[in-house]
Design a protein around this ligand. Structure first.
Ligand code: NAP
Length: 534
């Protein structure tokens, strides 16, 4: 254990993609840094989400660090979309390659971070009894890291084992021959269900909202694409950084309503065949702005459900309706709908019967009790703010972040909070974060924070704080940009709508990864406008 009030330049909370790179970056700038990580290993999301079938829905060549050009060349991805074990192995390799582990304290959760105005330092405490003092406190806690459980009571009464997809045990439990219940059909459920169906003797899926799901067409990575990308990686990375979603793609030029039905179908089919989550969203200019245009894509995808599911009544239940396409994160699948054609797989539509409680034997709905040997909980996360507010963060005048954000998060650029000097939130609310390729957004924040810390050193400044008015303007801009789209029309985790009582505020910045980067660069170029440096 560290000695009381060990003095550091920076504390980083979390050792996933963000925390590892932040440590590397600040260490490279000569700072003393310590990382606290709750998991038993580095990896963050890719440590915790080890459920069967877990894999990324951004292609491997894009979902990787760009900061180390040698790593980029050395590392060989095996699949178009990497699996959780492969991404975890990659992050473990990065930790070793850059000798990061010596400054990472594992199995240790940060519980509190308190700013002292007299010393202009943060005191950071952990559940392991550490107390460290640091000039900078950097939250690299991830956007989807605090699991959310079903609101109904009784999980503790269930007599069998249960597993949340985001807290999967290192030794995979396996469900061979078991009656298994799964609650939730977001990306995690959609990925896990085909694998779980391969194990269980009876699998029952509880679906509250059907998602828009289309095939990943995953497989061995195309070696010619790897060679081509590696030959021009710098250009590819630059294009990704300036794109809408952090993945370079051709920009559409037409509305979905400007073309004939046949032309539109051909475009959708081409995007479908690519098996790419952002291709369909970006196939026309107005899919996330115009309900009529959006409905054409939604109907195309519903038709595909009817094609893939044999039983028309079951297909009807699985067809996504009631919210526009892409207003909840669409899912990429491998055999998801086909799984429902198997005799031992059953769907319970929670729009027709409500969940009442978890019982000792299984799940009780308003219709009947379903009995299970094990349960899988795939109900997602308290997204974006959950992990930040899990830590008791107190800024100037002892103000708690939990109080400041009572009505929803307010940030300047999603990276800083007025009243909380020298605190940074990597991919925090108000930045593109989950609305695109996380790695591009993570690297942008890490480098921007690193540059700011360097700027402070060069200009003999020890404290930086977002200005209240700049924060208010940015928060209003984030809201206005999302309000101009269809995005707030779904009860999504983007809006906090999946967590009862959470303020209904659209959290990611949806103005685009490229434009957001340009704004951050402009702020820096103007001497960190909107910040006070003391
Ligand atoms: P999610 O998208 O929030 O899905 C949670 C599911 O649980 C939804 O179907 C939700 O229904 C349901 N649910 C929640 N509370 C419930 C309740 N009380 N009763 C019944 N059903 C309930 O969470 P996720 O699947 O873990 O995915 C979250 C995000 O993580 C994804 O959008 C993606 O960004 C990321 N992720 C990515 C990948 C990938 O790269 N392929 C894989 C997994 C996760 P409602 O829709 O009605 O709320």
């Amino acid at each position: 254990m560290a000695s009381a009030a060990e003095e550091l330049d920076a504390v980083v909370v979390g050792a996933g993609f963000a925390g590892l790179y932040m440590l590397h970056r600040l260490r490279g700038q000569g700072l003393s840094v310590k990382v606290f990580e709750a998991g038993a290993d580095v990896g963050g999301t890719w440590y915790w989400n080890r459920y069967p079938g877990a894999r990324c829905d951004v292609d491997s060549l894009n979902y990787s660090y760009s900061f180390d050009p040698d790593l980029e060349q050395d590392w060989e991805w095996t699949e178009k979309y990497a699996s959780q074990p492969e991404i975890h192995a990659y992050l473990r390799h990065v930790a070793d390659r850059h000798d990061l582990r010596r400054d990472i304290v594992l199995r240790t959760r940060v519980t509190a971070a308190v700013f002292d105005e007299d010393t202009a330092r943060w005191t950071v405490r952990t559940d392991g009894g550490h107390e460290v003092s640091a000039r900078f406190c950097i939250m690299a806690t991830g956007c989807l890291s605090t699991p959310k459980f079903p609101e109904v009571p009784g999980l503790e009464r269930f007599s069998g084992p249960w597993y949340h997809t985001a807290r999967w045990p290192e030794d995979d439990p396996g469900f061979r021959g078991q009656r298994l219940g799964v609650i939730g059909t977001g990306s995690s459920g959609v990925q896990a269900i085909p694998f779980l169906a391969g194990q269980a003797s009876e699998l029952t899926v509880f679906q509250r909202t059907p998602n828009f799901v289309f095939p990943a067409f995953n497989g061995p990575i195309d070696r010619s694409v790897v060679a081509e990308t590696k030959a021009h990686y710098r250009e590819a990375r630059t294009a990704a950084r300036h794109s809408l979603f952090g993945v370079a793609m051709d920009m559409p030029t037409q509305s979905a309503l400007e073309v004939s039905d046949d032309e539109r179908r051909a475009v959708y089919q081409e995007c479908w065949d690519r098996g790419h989550v952002f291709a369909l969203v970006q196939s026309f200019t107005d899919l996330i702005f115009d309900a009529g245009s959006n409905e054409t894509a939604a109907e195309f995808l519903r038709e595909k459900v009817r094609d893939r599911v044999d039983d028309p009544e079951l297909a009807r239940k699985l067809e996504p309706r009631g919210y526009p396409f892409a207003t909840k994160r669409p899912c990429l699948d491998t055999g998801y709908y086909e799984t429902y054609n198997r005799e031992h797989v059953h769907l319970v539509d929670l729009r027709e019967e409500d969940l009442v409680e978890i019982t000792a034997k299984g799940v009780l709905t308003t219709e009947r009790e379903y009995e299970f040997d094990s349960l899988v909980i795939a109900t997602g996360f308290d997204a974006m703010t959950g992990a930040l507010l899990a830590v008791d963060i107190r800024g100037r005048d002892g103000v708690a972040l939990r109080d400041k954000w009572r009505d929803g998060p307010e940030t300047y650029l999603g990276v800083a909070v007025a009243g909380f000097p020298n605190l940074f939130t990597i991919t925090g609310p108000g930045s593109p974060s989950v609305f695109g390729n996380m790695i591009v957004s993570i690297e942008q924040h890490v480098e921007w924070i690193g540059d700011l810390v360097d700027h402070m050193a060069r200009h003999d400044r020890s404290v930086v704080e977002a200005v209240d008015t700049a924060e208010k303007e940015w928060t209003e801009h984030v809201r206005a940009v999302s309000d101009a789209t269809l995005l707030p029309r779904a009860d999504s985790f983007y809006l906090g709508a999946n967590v009862p009582g959470k303020p209904r505020v659209f959290m990611p910045y949806v103005g685009g990864v490229g434009p957001y980067r340009a704004k951050c660069d402009e702020v820096a170029g103007n001497g960190y406008e909107g910040f006070v440096l003391r």
